[in-house]
Design a protein around this ligand. Structure first.
Ligand code: GAL
Length: 322
């Protein structure tokens, strides 16, 4: 199967509605790619779509909403997704949930979502939030928001290693540093802070892949909705030393901010960069860009190149993106 995605076309779902899944995360199950993202049309929610070819998207469910079931799982957490509901109607469309990412836990057979939580009014909470479901696109149960080991936590991502160990990576200390947290076996909690990287470098919008022996982390700088120079760095040990940062794409990362890297596994593994092209004035006009990410790794060198192309071709059998 081959797909051609036109980056200049608005992505619509099977209902002919614009796909609302900003700051998105993806997970593959059976023949489908599931796309989760921020939906701020009206009442804020996390919406899930699925596609076999990454081009035709089927709306599946609003998987997390203000009326999602909640469960008290942690000792110290805030289960409220609508903090200003009655006091001030201006803010009655709920908490701001950003960059939702989902992993499947083989042991508990549950899908676990981690995301960034803010109160809907400002960015002062700096918390992570967690939700869980028995099915990939079912109704997620909200487990609440908190600061991982008391650190501020904003832009974030999840990563599952080959042995099933999972990590939550998020911007800490007012975005100055990136923290890597190891998750507990059930992925529902932080086991420990295992690394603090690129101290004082203000990197955010993290997306992590593993190629060969290297973990490669793509990030943006910290300029709100305005695009900036993307950079990547790498390590052979998530808990050890990391490389310095290297430029990715042009000085605005082709007017995008990273949100996820989809692996296309065929004869080879291809990498599809997914970025948000934000419209800071009118959030709902923000777009998604799918771009080829060329990753080459040998014993000593890691090189990552992001290319702009209006039309991106995906050859699923070959695992090739061009
Ligand atoms: C960006 C961040 C987005 C959103 C935005 C708000 O830096 O990556 O997810 O939080 O700031 O200004």
């Amino acid at each position: 199967m081959e797909t051609k995605i036109n980056n200049n076309k608005i992505i619509k779902d099977d209902r002919n509605k614009k796909v609302e899944a900003h700051g998105g995360g993806f997970i593959k199950k059976d023949d489908y790619f599931y796309w989760f993202g921020e939906n701020r049309l009206g009442i804020k929610k996390v919406t899930c779509y699925r596609s076999r070819d990454l081009k035709n998207w089927e709306y599946r469910n609003d998987v997390l909403t203000l009326t999602s079931p909640t469960e008290k799982h942690y000792i110290d957490t805030d289960l409220d997704l609508n903090p200003f509901d009655d006091a001030d109607k201006k803010f009655d469309c709920g908490a701001t949930i950003e960059r939702p990412k989902v992993l499947y836990n083989e042991k508990t057979r549950k899908y676990v979502m981690w995301m960034h939580y803010e109160n809907g009014r400002d960015y002062s909470c700096a918390r992570a939030a967690v939700a869980v479901s028995d099915t990939v696109d079912g109704d997620y149960t909200y487990l609440g928001s908190f600061r991982p080991q008391n650190y501020m936590s904003r832009d974030c991502t999840l990563f599952k290693d080959e042995d099933g160990t999972a990590y939550f990576i998020s911007a800490a200390r007012n975005n100055a540093d990136l923290h890597i947290y190891k998750l507990t076996d059930d992925y529902l909690n932080i086991e420990d802070t295992v690394n603090k990287i690129w101290i004082n470098k203000y990197r955010e919008a993290p997306a992590l892949i593993k190629r060969g022996q290297y973990y490669i982390l793509v990030t943006s700088g910290c300029t709100g909705w305005t695009p900036n120079q993307g950079k990547y760095g790498y390590t052979a040990d998530l808990e050890g030393d990391w490389s310095e940062l290297f430029d990715l794409g042009d000085e605005t990362t082709y007017d995008t901010q990273p949100t996820y890297i989809i692996e296309i596994e065929g004869a080879n593994t291809g990498y599809l960069y997914v970025g948000d092209r934000w419209d800071g004035e009118e959030y709902h006009n923000s777009e998604y860009k799918f771009l080829p990410l060329e990753v080459s790794v040998d014993k000593e060198n890691v090189s990552v190149k992001l290319m702009w192309t209006e039309k991106v071709n995906i050859d699923f059998e070959a695992g090739k993106i061009y």
